[in-house]
Design a protein around this ligand. Structure first.
Ligand SMILES: *[C@@H]1O[C@H](CO)[C@@H](O)[C@H](O)[C@H]1NC(C)=O
Ligand SMILES: *[C@@H]1O[C@H](CO)[C@@H](O)[C@H](O)[C@H]1NC(C)=O
Ligand SMILES: *[C@@H]1O[C@H](CO)[C@@H](O)[C@H](O)[C@H]1NC(C)=O
Ligand SMILES: [Zn+2]
Length: 679
């Protein structure tokens, strides 16, 4: 399973702003060359498939743009500096250079090649590193450095080329994580229910460029497209990893799973990353690894990233590398920072969910009316649309020396930070310990555990027969565990006939090996008691039985009943289990699968896929004797030999939604990522 990389070198250093224009001096060729150098430094280029870039055709450009506008852009090729400046001034925050037209065509062509590579199945996913960016550009206008709308053209192209072969409408999700609102994309698909557009953006109550009323959370689309435009306004700067992940868990992922797209396009702007002069946000590069990992669970993994903004060269480059490493299937780094979203972010999340309640089943039981953004709104904006006022793209204080100091500060921070992040990728992905009778059924990529010498182990567990520890099954299981902890493998699976006992051995061994935090998720019926309370183990017990015991911080009982055929588990996973897991930030995840699971196989696969985002992707699965199908499904997720599909969405039962809400209430002071409202 491969990842494709398209690099639009675009006449090297030529495409720059020729005339003095403070709004344009950050969109420079070094943005691409710096990304390329970092990709080389981390040896990522040779791990990707490179595809040559072509120019987009006029017909392709006109999937989105008018022929009049195309003619204007074309005419800039022959212009002298003065004319270029004049044409540029007709648009907001745009500059033209004699090579602009060619570069913009290459950006379109590269994006379409990427989509074709992914749609044809030649590669699983990929990224196009292009400039000029596209998401601000509109049918008749260049805007905010953007000439042609690369991602919008890609969506139209994919629908036209691949949509005809099927009877259903071809659904596409566009995720715009650039820090600016891609109003161009919003306008193009405003009435189109076949394209779900998600954008978060610095907004500050309409004070920040492009300062549009239409960027607020209540712009949900128009006509048939109502509900298919999701705007998450940031009303404060300084948003960080927890805020970004919270928006994915409570807004984007639930709606995206319900929408169930066939292709995901990302307007991948990195001005939402730390140190960027435009965004002034705080998300560190590994945050983009986590966001990418979330999106890889959609559309059977068909994911195309297309570069948009990103103006701090180092921050941009490191974030691009993190994105590509994740696309390639590398283990994810720990997400740094305190895992608690800020009040302003919670208000935005609350308001978006309220605005979309009537359009999405997953939000049906929300009792939400919009909040007044109390934490940030100190005035009532009575301002008219400032679309035409030419609001500044860059605030004045960013110019000059203090700006340089900021750049250097971020450079230094990232130098240290990335050393912690770029951990080595284990040579083997998955190790398994199963009985002889099963080994011939395993995929060739897994390492079959032969077991370790009993003398190497020194485990005594009071209450257990010491002889048990010397049994071959136990030894093999512990050998797999050790390999995970020593980072010789990323994850592992062990079959056991007595899961509670095996888990006891695992936890004891973790403690001996000094693993600080183990997240333990139980699925199915298993009677056991674990000694909890010191925070070294967090237990989430998903069971259909009722439980008398009350929940505590480290021992959470999750009562879940569902028909094995249905797929209502999405809300349980994204709305409860993941937020708790992200709050805890484990060093190892152990998933124990017993008999009588009330999560379907698809649900278990989804849970396992998403939990691989935590604990540096270190997961041990303990599985009771069970049907072969489940074992194989789990192995496909662990080995990453699998394009994920978790069944089509069914809304959760009201009683289940209610139960999740109550649990969230109960535990959100302990696990802050459970908050999803500013109330
Ligand atoms: C095994 O552990 C016991 C205590 O748990 C210790 O006294 C003993 O020295 C250990 N033996 C080895 C070989 O490490
Ligand atoms: C999980 O809950 C069930 C039902 O209450 C209980 O029987 C079982 O012992 C619990 N498991 C753990 C590990 O606490
Ligand atoms: C599974 O559930 C059935 C019916 O509720 C029960 O008879 C059986 O004992 C359960 N199996 C286990 C291993 O708990
Ligand atoms: Zn941007």
């Amino acid at each position: 399973m491969q990842t494709v990389l398209l690099y639009c070198c675009c006449q090297k250093k030529m495409y720059v702003c020729l005339f003095f224009s403070p709004v344009c001096e950050i969109e420079v060729p070094e943005r691409l060359s710096s990304c390329y150098e970092h990709l080389q430094r981390y040896n990522l280029i040779e791990r990707c498939v490179s595809v040559p870039v072509r120019e987009g055709t006029e017909d392709e450009i006109m999937l989105v743009h008018s022929s009049d506008y195309l003619e204007v852009v074309k005419s800039t090729e022959k212009m002298k500096e003065e004319e270029l400046q004049k044409t540029s001034a007709e648009y907001d925050a745009v500059y033209f250079h004699p090579t602009t037209y060619r570069c913009a065509k290459l950006a379109v062509g590269a994006t379409l090649e990427l989509v074709d590579a992914v749609m044809s199945g030649r590669t699983r996913n990929g990224m196009a590193l292009v400039r000029p960016p596209g998401h601000h550009s509109q049918r008749n206008a260049a805007n905010g450095f953007c000439i042609f709308n690369n991602v919008a053209i890609a969506a139209k192209h994919a629908q036209k080329k691949y949509g005809l072969q099927r009877l259903s409408i071809y659904l596409i999700l566009i995720v715009d994580w650039d820090v600016h609102h891609g109003q161009g994309i919003q306008y193009i698909f405003d009435e189109d229910p076949s394209v779900l557009y998600f954008s978060w953006h610095r907004f500050e109550h309409q004070q920040f460029w492009p300062s549009l009323r239409a960027s607020d959370y209540d712009a949900v689309g128009q006509g048939k497209g109502k509900g298919f435009n999701i705007n998450v306004p940031w009303n404060k700067v300084g948003m960080g990893n927890a805020d970004y992940v919270a928006v994915f868990l409570y807004v984007l992922l639930p709606l995206a799973f319900e929408f169930d797209p066939e292709l995901v396009l990302v307007s991948a702007g990195y001005d939402s990353g730390i140190g960027d002069p435009e965004g002034q946000m705080c998300a560190t590069p590994e945050c983009f690894a986590h966001l990418t990992h979330f999106l890889m669970q959609l559309a059977k993994g068909k994911l195309c990233m297309v570069l948009e903004g990103g103006y701090h060269l180092r921050s941009l480059s490191e974030s691009v590398c993190m994105t590509i490493k994740t696309l390639l299937g590398d283990p994810l780094p720990h997400l740094s920072g305190e895992m608690a979203p800020c009040l302003s972010a919670l208000e935005s999340i609350h308001n978006v969910r309220a605005a979309h309640k009537q359009y999405w089943k997953c939000l049906a039981y929300e009792s939400t009316i919009p909040l007044q953004d109390l934490s940030t709104r100190s005035y009532q904006t009575g301002k008219a649309e400032s679309e035409q006022t030419g609001a500044q793209f860059i605030t004045p204080q960013e110019a000059g020396k203090s700006h340089n100091d900021e750049v250097i500060k971020t450079d230094r921070f990232l130098e240290l930070h990335m050393k912690k992040m770029m951990s080595l990728k284990p040579p083997v992905r998955t190790a398994v310990a199963v009985g002889e009778s099963l080994t011939h059924l395993l995929p060739p990529s897994v390492q079959i555990e032969k077991g370790m010498d009993a003398k190497e182990l020194n485990i005594t567990i009071s209450g257990f027969d010491a002889e048990l520890a010397k049994e071959e099954k136990v030894l093999k299981m512990l050998a797999v565990l050790e390999k995970i902890i020593k980072k010789e493998v990323t994850n592992g699976l062990a079959k056991t006939s007595v899961a509670p006992l095996s888990l006891a051995f695992v936890l004891k061994h973790c403690s001996d090996l000094n693993v600080q935090k183990v997240l333990c998720v139980f699925v199915g019926d298993m009677d056991m008691k674990i000694d909890l309370g010191d925070g070294k183990v967090l237990l989430i017990n998903i069971s259909a039985k009722q439980s008398e015991q009350s929940n505590t911080k480290y021992n959470i009982f999750f009562h879940w009943k569902e028909d094995i055929e249905t797929t209502t588990f999405f809300s349980a996973v994204t709305g409860f289990i993941l937020p708790v897991a992200y709050s805890y930030q484990p060093d190892l995840t152990v998933i124990v699968i017993g008999h009588n699971q009330t999560f379907s196989n698809d649900g278990i696969s989804l849970l396992l896929s998403l939990l691989q985002g935590l604990a540096q992707s270190q997961v041990l699965v303990l599985i009771q004797d069970t049907e072969l199908k489940l074992l194989q499904d789990i192995l496909m997720v662990l080995t990453n030999d699998f394009t994920p599909f978790f069944g089509s969405y069914t809304p959760a039962l009201k009683e289940n939604v209610q139960m999740i809400k109550e649990l969230r209430q109960q535990l959100q002071q302990e696990w802050k990522m459970l908050q999803c409202s500013g109330k």
